[in-house]
Design a protein around this ligand. Structure first.
Ligand SMILES: *Cc1c(COP(=O)(O)O)cnc(C)c1O
Length: 382
């Protein structure tokens, strides 16, 4: 039977004939210990220190964006990005229904209301044609240049596409559409560190891009995040807002707006720096695993998701398409019973209790993918 064969193939790819194979495990074999111990020796474990600055410099170098600001996690990076993009109470923000819940939650934290638009089947990311159709049929740009949703009467302030599992979506087209409607573009690049589209790093196309360094991501520091932007004023305000909006002074406690305690600690940044040093080798390693998977799944005729033309994916999580929901569930049960950790893609955001009243388009592709996509073990192999 094909599912049994697939499970055996995954076991052989990881050279693990028995026992647990995790979906994704971190790997610490570089300077992680050294850098973390440095922070202990220096006593600079908290929000000030050399590693947190270095982490930001490394993110600038990797993404090609002009500025990077460290945050405690990817969700807070998104929350700050929405504030920096001027999303206010009652504004609408377009995003995918097929995403991790943090994308929608961050919109809520900023007082925004998510509007869910469909994805493309091949990228699993926000669809330019669906976005274009939605905007053309449901919105108008008023005399002040503000995009208004004709159904709700609200302003559409921003759009957050998300590069699912590290596969770049058609971000250049999304950017063009957002520009035409005066909608600020924020990229949720939490899963796509090390992924490029047309030679440019994901997260660097929009006004703002956000990243995550959670335990399950391609590189991790336990918990961490970053905002990138090319706008110096926005970058300065990002740092200010993430450090309780304190006005620098030798001793005075002066805070000039409601700020946040969102800055990444130096001890955590130390771990992040050591991991970022390994990013290129992790991506290379994952692309090798993906190539191994692809040649097998092509041979047995199971659709294996790969990058689109012009994209270079980090292959953070590899993904298969099952024929239907029933077979998806049969496969997941068999794989997990066999200790080969596989999981489904997320439930659509508009099916969760807190987002079920949000406006959507047809979500045809999102619904189709929701029933079929499964992730298979994708850790780096050394
Ligand atoms: C992981 C993730 C986040 C949130 O990152 P945290 O660091 O866990 O807060 C946001 N969006 C997506 C798509 C993610 O995968």
């Amino acid at each position: 039977m094909i599912f049994e064969e697939i499970i055996n193939f995954i076991r052989s790819a990881f050279n693990t004939p028995q026992g647990l194979i995790q979906l994704h495990t971190p790997y610490f074999a570089g300077n992680e210990r050294k850098y973390v111990l440095d922070t202990l020796d220096s006593t600079f474990v908290s929000s000030v220190g050399a590693y947190v600055n270095r982490f930001e410099e490394m993110m600038v170098e990797i993404t090609g964006a002009k500025f990077a600001v460290a945050t405690v996690n990817g969700t807070t990076a998104l929350h700050l990005a929405l504030i920096l993009a001027d999303v206010n109470q009652g504004d609408e923000v377009i995003t995918q229904s097929l995403t991790f819940v943090a994308t929608a939650n961050a919109i809520s934290f900023a007082g925004g209301i998510p509007v869910f638009v469909d994805v493309d089947k091949d990228t699993m990311g926000l669809s330019p044609s669906a976005l274009r159709n939605f905007l053309a049929s449901h919105t108008e740009v008023n005399a002040e240049g503000i995009c208004i949703n004709k159904v709700s009467g609200r302003k559409i302030a921003a759009c957050i596409p998300m590069h699912t599992f590290g596969f770049p979506l058609r971000i250049d087209e999304i950017k063009e559409i957002c520009d035409a409607y005066n909608i600020k573009l924020i990229e949720d690049a939490a899963e796509s560190l090390g992924s490029y589209y047309k030679g440019k790093h994901t997260g660097s196309f929009g006004l703002l891009g956000t990243f995550s360094f959670n335990g399950n991501k391609i590189v991790t520091c336990g918990a961490g995040g970053a905002i990138v932007t090319n706008d110096e004023k926005i970058a300065k305000r990002a740092k200010h807002l993430s450090t309780t909006a304190k006005v620098p002074h030798q001793w005075e406690f002066m805070h000039d707006e409601v700020g946040y305690n969102y800055r990444l600690p130096n001890i955590t940044a130390a771990l992040a720096c050591a991991q970022l040093e390994r990013l290129d080798s992790f991506v290379e390693n994952k692309r090798e695993l993906a190539a191994t998977y692809k040649s097998y799944f092509d041979k047995v005729g199971v659709p294996f998701i790969t990058e689109i033309e012009g994209a270079k994916a980090n292959f953070w999580l590899n993904a298969l398409l099952m024929p239907n929901l029933e077979e998806r569930n049969t496969f997941l049960k068999m794989a997990n019973d066999n200790q080969v950790m596989c999981r489904p893609i997320w439930r659509l955001m508009n099916k969760l209790p807190m987002y079920q009243h949000c406006q959507t388009d047809s979500l045809e592709n999102a619904g189709w993918l929701e029933e079929r996509v499964v992730n298979i073990p994708s850790s780096v192999r050394f």
